[in-house]
Ligand binder design. Structure first.
Ligand code: ZN
Length: 180
């Protein structure tokens, strides 16, 4: 069974006025990610949303001091961006998995692995931002947990083009991911 994972495709990381935005490279993914949601949904596969979410003044987070505050609970910052938000709202509830995360990896401190295993999901298709931070860290955990990894090249982006390229190569060469 396959699942699409949409990692951090939220206003604070994507929208023009987002607190920690990747900007244009992230915004242009919206149509493609929406199409993938449609495909996975129609074909009876799963769609998983893993979005960053922090309490206000999250001093206990290791991200505190590394990054300015972002994706604060109760704000639109951790809501899905654009058309993707509208498309995800149409996914049948039985095919939708949604987790809030407070680390880079979608698996860290969440029940995503259990949800996938209950549903027989073995193949993960990664999309979202940033390729070299949350997407990469999610891929590393997926590798350690034994999932087959596919990275949707037109569905991932970063504010740092060099780091984006490095991450794609690392996922392919060190994690055995297929770049699709
Ligand atoms: Zn965060």
């Amino acid at each position: 069974m396959k699942a699409l994972i949409i990692i951090d495709y939220v206003n604070d990381f994507v929208a023009e006025n987002g607190a920690l935005t990747c900007g244009k490279p992230a915004q242009v993914l919206d149509d493609y990610i929406s199409e993938l949601v449609e495909d996975f949904s129609k074909n009876g596969n799963f769609v998983a949303i893993a979005s960053d979410r922090h309490p206000e003044n999250d001093v206990h987070s290791p991200e505190h001091g590394l990054f300015p505050p972002h994706c604060i609970e109760g704000t639109a910052g951790s809501d899905l961006y654009g058309k993707t938000l509208e498309r995800v709202a149409k996914v049948p509830a039985g095919q939708l998995i949604s987790v809030d995360k407070c680390r880079y990896s979608a698996f860290a401190g969440t029940n995503l692995d259990i949800k996938f295993r209950e549903r027989g999901v073995t193949d993960l298709y990664l999309t979202g931002v940033c390729t070299d931070i949350c997407v990469l860290h999610t891929a590393i955990d997926a590798y350690n947990l034994g999932y087959k990894i596919f990275v949707c090249e037109k569905g991932v982006a970063s504010f740092n083009a060099g780091a984006h390229q490095f991450a794609l190569e690392h996922m392919k060469n060190a994690l055995g991911a297929s770049i699709v």
